[in-house]
Design a protein around this ligand. Structure first.
Ligand code: NAD
Length: 302
């Protein structure tokens, strides 16, 4: 059945996700603080709104894909936010914002009779465009049943992880900390091999047929690190995920020895500069420490 869906935050992830909803035949009312998002969205049939409140006054189901917990709080609970909308019944946060924010937003929206669901995604910008994301959904089961077909427009794997607000967020943070950990550990291991005279591509072939394989060795390193091209995942966003997972672990009395080391490495990479840093820069740091160069050792694949 075709729905009118709200979409707040039409950035790297939000725009392709909203376009997939449009392609599936839904009407989508969207907004973004950056006017530049407007053209790409409206050219494909999206209906522009000037605020989150306006989106939530036109649609019963409102999704958001926003950069940080603070922005989600503002969009959900601010004066011109979702909470002030007149039509919204279900708010779905697709951003990575951590379990604490999800709980706060859920409690506050509940007072207004709005159900909040957290449904962070994994699979990157390409996955958003191709509709192959993993979606980790938490919230009331009946609301999940109501929205799961919409989530399937961009999620090949839509998981229901529990009723409790923040459960989807926790699941997502665990995934991203592990993903960051395997990237750092694999780059370090490859630097060891390279310094010892092994060829990076040969090492990857062996690792991917052996127990050392991971998403880093199968995808990120051959596709991005060795050719020296950006992963297209902002280092700041990745640092946010790692930090939120360490905080969540510590709040649950888990010492987080590995996680804290990863956060420190990410922090070091961040300190090197600029707002446009990419997750790839972590590899460059590890290469600098080792005194070898993995990146640029292979041409980029088309
Ligand atoms: P992005 O910065 O490209 O997009 C965020 C969008 O939100 C921007 O267009 C920005 O203008 C908009 N925005 C900011 N404040 C706003 C406000 N008050 N009202 C309306 N719009 C506002 O970020 P992204 O890469 O699309 O990531 C979005 C979320 O998805 C993040 O939480 C990120 O951690 C998560 N995520 C990203 C990836 C990825 O590969 N980029 C993968 C999985 C999950």
């Amino acid at each position: 059945m075709s729905e009118k869906v709200g979409f707040i935050g039409l950035g790297n992830m939000g725009l392709p996700m909203s376009l997939r909803l449009l392609e599936a035949g839904h009407a989508v009312v969207g907004c973004d603080v950056q006017e530049s998002a407007r053209k790409a969205f409206c050219d494909k049939g999206g209906i522009w709104a000037d605020s989150s409140r306006e989106v939530a006054s036109q649609c019963a189901i409102v999704m958001a894909s926003l950069p940080t917990p603070a922005v989600v709080e503002l969009v959900a609970l601010g004066k011109d936010g979702v909470t002030a909308g007149t039509k919204v019944e279900v708010f779905i946060d697709l951003s990575t914002t951590g379990p604490e924010m999800a709980k706060r937003v859920s409690q506050a929206l509940k007072q207004r009779g709005i159900v909040a669901m957290d449904a962070p995604v994994s699979g990157g910008i390409a996955g958003a465009a191709k509709g192959t994301l993993s979606v980790m959904t938490a919230g009331p089961k009946e609301s999940y049943e109501r929205v799961k077909d919409l989530l399937a427009c961009f999620g090949k794997n839509v998981f229901y992880v529990g009723e409790q607000a923040g459960a989807g967020q926790l699941m997502k943070l665990i995934n991203n900390l592990l993903s960051a950990t395997t990237l750092a550990a694999s780059c370090e291991a490859l630097c060891v091999g390279m310094k010892g005279g092994l060829d990076p591509e040969t090492m990857l072939t062996v690792l991917n047929a052996s127990t050392g394989r991971s998403g880093a060795t199968e995808d990120k390193i051959p596709r991005y690190v060795l050719p020296g091209v950006p992963i297209n995942f902002g280092l700041d966003l990745s640092f946010k995920d790692v930090s939120l997972c360490v905080e969540a672990g510590e709040a649950l009395q888990v010492p987080m020895y590995c996680g804290r080391t990863i956060r420190q490495i990410w922090h070091h990479a961040m300190s090197k500069g600029g707002p446009d840093q990419d997750m790839m820069d972590v590899s460059r740091c590890i290469e600098d420490w080792a005194g070898v160069k993995l990146s640029g050792s292979k041409p980029a694949s088309k």
